[in-house]
Design a protein around this ligand. Structure first.
Ligand code: NAG
Ligand code: NAG
Ligand code: NAG
Ligand code: NAG
Ligand code: NAG
Ligand code: NAG
Ligand code: NAG
Length: 459
């Protein structure tokens, strides 16, 4: 370590980030440029994005903005139970914006207990679901729970305010990223029929239910005209599929009968996974993060935080810039034989080896499949095996803090979770990353999507 003298190493990853690595002791200031931008998926646009955002990007965006959809055009309908709300409330309150987000929580029975009453102003307002036994009688449905959920869509549409463009259904443990939803939905014509959602990560679940199905915990998004058509037909549909024991499959079937199929979105996550989600969240696909689900069935996503704290911690980063959340950037510091992988707003990794991007983009399989299944494939995406080989195992850092700097950058700091141990990779013997305790990532304070539009406009 004698080669390190001053405390800061600055390293440029010109496309998106400037990463400064704080070492115990450090010396080198070096410049390293990431290969082509990983922000823009088409190979045609390989321009570097500016690390400053002083340009007229935002005014340009206003001009080329494809839609004026804003948060007030969305209505949220969340299906919950009184029993679970006692501990799931923080999941929803982590993203709900009182007096800004519009919608309601449908409960099965009136809330009770000092923790729920008086009703929190930070929660969505609640309504009780329509009379389920009566509806069961009318439809002969086999499963009152399924009926309540499907009928709930109609109840949300019935109460929707004037001017609503999109109806977004979720569960009481759906964690939504609302700004990203607005940005994605703004690209579509809300006067047409659209059905958006996510597949299950557990590959068998898709074939068991349907590959056409949006898994509801990840969110089901319907354009208002489609939601209205759905609502008008809900009783006949509940009768037609009275034997179905899946609300999501019933919803999909009703929508298919109207003539519409699922448009899957890669940022909507049912999280049909178990255990340690860190690998999954550290290699997210290049799509805006829209939802996470099933926080109760995975371990807390941040070390030394509980599930509720983790939800707030992630949403706190999202407040600064949702468009970058979990977007993965891979850079190399070739002089050390190091590879950096940053999942913005969540984690950063250092590998003591030059690793191909084609590999690093695949999640490390830290998690387990949703159900008992002995042979692969388990997942709907590529994975990498977990490894203790020091040339393959990353040093892991998790989001500690996020601030806006005086120079109009966003600084995210990631701190080491635990000593990796297991020795040093031979390729990086001279530069063991074990001494790096913190990674600082600077990113522009403009939304990623705006920067992108600005450049597309120039091209
Ligand atoms: C931004 O716009 C203003 C007014 O249109 C113009 O004067 C200025 O030169 C522009 N700045 C850049 C960096 O393009
Ligand atoms: C959203 O857009 C509508 C026009 O469609 C406008 O009246 C409203 O003020 C906007 N709301 C916000 C929060 O920007
Ligand atoms: C929301 O609006 C209501 C009525 O205008 C107001 O009483 C309440 O304080 C607001 N809540 C928040 C959290 O701003
Ligand atoms: C369903 O409703 C009808 C008419 O109100 C009533 O006669 C019947 O007993 C009800 N059936 C059940 C199973 O509740
Ligand atoms: C999966 O298998 C384990 C052990 O074999 C068992 O304890 C568990 O109940 C099973 N889970 C399901 C969902 O079948
Ligand atoms: C990952 O591990 C499994 C089980 O340990 C093994 O069968 C498989 O070949 C490994 N995959 C790769 C790509 O190394
Ligand atoms: C990087 O790895 C290569 C290939 O193993 C090796 O030849 C080189 O010496 C390493 N560089 C450093 C600084 O360790």
């Amino acid at each position: 370590m004698s080669t390190f003298e001053s405390p800061i190493v600055i390293w440029f990853c010109k496309t998106v980030l400037i990463c400064g690595v704080v070492l115990y002791v450090a010396t080198i200031v070096f410049l390293n440029v990431c290969p082509s931008s990983d922000l823009i998926s088409s190979s045609k646009f390989t321009v570097s994005l500016p690390d400053n955002s002083q340009s007229n990007a935002s005014s340009t965006v206003t001009q080329i903005s494809i839609s004026d959809t804003n948060i007030s055009h969305l209505v949220f309908g969340l299906l919950g139970s009184e029993e679970a709300w006692h501990h799931r409330k923080p999941y929803i309150e982590s993203w709900w914006r009182p007096n800004v987000t519009i919608g309601l929580l449908l409960l099965d029975v009136p809330p009770q207990g000092e923790d729920l009453l008086p009703w929190s102003l930070n929660s969505p307002p609640y309504r009780l679901s329509d009379d389920v036994p009566k509806l069961v009688n009318e439809t002969n449905h086999v499963d009152p729970r399924v009926l309540r959920m499907v009928h709930g869509i109609m109840e949300v549409v019935r109460e929707a305010h004037e001017g609503v463009r999109w109806v977004i259904m979720g569960d009481d443990d759906s964690i939504f990223f609302v700004d990203n939803m607005v940005d994605i939905l703004g690209q579509y014509d809300h006067t047409k029929y659209y059905y958006f959602g996510g597949h299950s990560e557990f590959i068998i679940a898709n074939s068991f239910f349907s590959f056409h199905q949006a898994f509801g915990g990840a969110g089901i998004i319907l354009s208002y005209p489609l939601a209205k058509a759905f609502a008008e037909n809900v009783m006949s549909c509940l009768k037609r599929y009275a034997h179905y024991k899946s609300a999501d499959k019933t919803t999909m079937s009703c929508i298919a009968d109207i003539g519409v199929n699922l448009s899957p979105l890669q940022g909507m996550h049912q999280i049909d996974l178990r255990g340690d989600l860190t690998g999954f969240l550290s290699s997210h696909p290049k799509s805006l993060l829209m939802s996470l689900h099933h926080f109760d069935t995975v371990e807390p996503i941040f070390p030394s935080m509980d599930r509720a704290q983790s939800a707030y911690h992630l949403q706190n980063a999202a407040k600064f810039d949702q468009s970058r959340m979990l977007q993965q950037t891979i850079c190399f510091k070739r002089a050390n034989n190091w590879t950096f992988s940053v999942s913005w707003g969540y984690s950063a990794h250092i590998y003591e080896n030059i690793m191909p991007r084609s590999l690093i983009q695949n999640p490390i399989e830290t998690f387990k499949p949703w159900g008992n299944i002995t042979f692969p494939p388990h997942y709907l995406f590529d994975t990498r095996n977990f490894s203790w080989d020091p040339c393959e195992a990353p040093h892991m850092y998790f989001l500690q803090s996020i601030v806006k700097t005086r120079r109009n950058k966003i600084l995210t700091k990631y701190t080491r979770a635990w000593p990796r141990g297991k020795g040093v990779c031979l390729h990086a013997e001279k530069y063991p990353a074990e001494y790096v305790n913190e990674i600082h990532v600077y990113s522009p304070a403009t939304k990623r999507i705006q920067v992108m539009f600005y450049y597309l406009n120039l091209l």
